[in-house]
Design a protein around this ligand. Structure first.
Ligand code: ADP
Ligand code: ASP
Ligand code: MG
Length: 439
């Protein structure tokens, strides 16, 4: 069985939903993961912001606007008046829930997560109803019954596998299409939660791994992983094949087409992931698998909002246990490190989560002189970076000859070389890399 995920733009209007329906109806059994219609999750975040700020009037205005948009989609999507009525009734439950929060005095993270889950609940209900109206054997596979994260916010794979199988077993055998919600899940306390923004890709990969799918397809608005970020560089091209490691590096370091952690479950089960374009279904896209194409630099990505912390200590760096003490500061403050470079007198570390920055800096000051650079960016170049490929890293470094580079990391894996530059230099660094490496 294949698992196909369609992102927000792919279900962004009545017409797009019809296009998706056409794409998925080929008589073969499949699980289809859907995101919320594009813009919906942002609107739900906006509603929550107003409610946090105790401004129910503005929250209501935004809800009414969203409701009107969905009513229009209903009118355009369905043929029969009876189906339109059924869709209106279904969505009324979602909008009633949204409106109920504007009448309540309490608004916490718990209510916010419930609000954020409404987008995927609505898009899946609408597409499922459309397929049924078209006579397709389609059913809803409720993500809140099988998708779960543990106390650390990590997916609970054993739970997901067991409960997904149970849910599938409850549904009719002759089902052709199982429609399920991306992004949403329950947490260890059984509350509604989510897999973080962009997390529908992660749902697809977790579902694919749980059912040992033959392939996971991520359908989006572009023809695969491009060799650079198309939002900042002109003339980027799709990469035909990527290895799991290369794709994971690119996703983690900012290639928005994939959720940062979504490669891991597919890689563990050895399930190929294909990135495809809903607007151009015939385009070959990108195939991500175990296969490694040697001697090639594949693509560049950039991760924003990076903070660099430097600890200088000539006295202690070479002493046993110095790095352990440094790392323990990050561990005790639940902050993960992205990149690290060392010299005899200092160590530079990057983080993307600054929630505990003050505590970390205070603790690190026990071990040396600490300085901070905010507003930095990690630029990641992925490909076959085996040290046997003489000159590869030189080519990459040369491309950045005109850009001030704060840190360079090479040799951590065979798949990437990464740089830290100032946010203001990001676009010119990306452009320079494209013109030197790919043109
Ligand atoms: P979806 O809503 O389908 O999940 P996303 O907006 O999350 O889609 O991801 C697709 C977008 O990712 C593209 O429209 C593109 O602007 C952006 N993107 C960033 N880097 C890359 C890259 N290297 N290759 C392709 N797309 C990229
Ligand atoms: N709808 C969610 C978001 O906008 C999840 C997703 O689209 O992947 O972040
Ligand atoms: Mg996405």
């Amino acid at each position: 069985m294949k698992v196909l995920k369609f992102g927000g733009t792919s279900v962004g209007s009545a017409q797009r939903m019809k296009d998706v329906a056409k794409l998925i109806c080929d008589g073969r059994k499949k699980i289809v993961v859907l995101s919320a219609m594009s813009g919906t999750t942002n609107t739900l975040v906006e509603i929550s912001d107003y409610l946090y700020k105790k401004n129910p009037v503005s929250a209501n205005e935004v809800i009414n606007h969203l409701d009107a948009k969905y009513q229009q989609v209903i009118d355009e999507l369905y043929q029969k008046e009876a189906t339109k009525q059924q869709a209106r009734e279904t969505l009324k439950t979602n909008f009633d829930l949204l409106r109920s929060f504007t009448k309540s005095a309490i608004f916490t993270l718990f209510e916010e997560k419930s609000i954020l889950s409404q987008g995927e609940l609505m898009s899946t209900a609408m597409v499922n109803l459309y397929l049924q109206e078209q006579g397709v054997k389609s059913v809803l596979l409720p993500a809140l019954e099988y998708m779960r994260i543990d106390k650390n916010g990590e997916p609970d794979s054993a739970y997901i596998r067991e409960h997904l199988q149970k849910e599938l077993a409850k549904l009719p055998d002759n089902t052709e299409i199982y429609i399920t919600q991306g992004f949403i899940c329950r947490n260890a306390y059984n509350e509604v939660d989510n897999l973080q923004r962009g997390g529908s890709d992660y749902t697809a990969s977790l579902v694919g791994a749980a059912v040992k799918a033959e392939e996971i397809q991520i359908w989006t608005d572009i023809d695969g992983m491009h060799n650079n970020d198309p939002r900042f560089v002109e003339g980027t091209k799709p990469v035909a094949k990527l290895n799991f490691e290369e794709a994971a590096e690119l996703a983690y370091f900012g290639a928005k087409i994939l959720h940062p952690t979504c490669i891991q479950p597919a890689k563990l089960e050895g399930i190929p992931v294909r990135l495809l374009n809903t607007m151009d279904p015939q385009a070959p896209g990108t195939l991500i698998s175990n296969e490694m194409i040697r001697h090639e630099i594949k693509a560049v990505a950039a991760k924003d909002n990076i903070t660099v912390i430097k600890i200088k200590s000539g006295r202690m760096l070479l002493a046993y246990g110095f790095l352990r003490k440094v790392f323990e500061c990050f561990e005790s403050n639940k902050t993960s490190i992205d990149m690290i470079t060392t010299s005899e007198v200092g160590v530079s570390i990057t983080i993307d989560n600054t929630k505990h920055l003050d505590e970390i800096v205070n603790e690190l000051k026990k071990f040396g002189t600490v300085s901070i650079d905010k507003d930095m960016v990690i630029i990641c170049v992925a490909g076959d970076m085996d040290s046997e490929n003489v000159g590869f890293q030189a080519k990459v470094v040369n491309a950045l000859a005109e850009v001030p580079v704060r840190m360079i990391s090479y040799g951590g894996s065979n798949y990437n070389v990464s740089f830290v530059v100032k946010a203001g230099d990001k676009v010119r660094a990306l452009q320079a890399l494209s013109s030197h490496l790919f043109n």
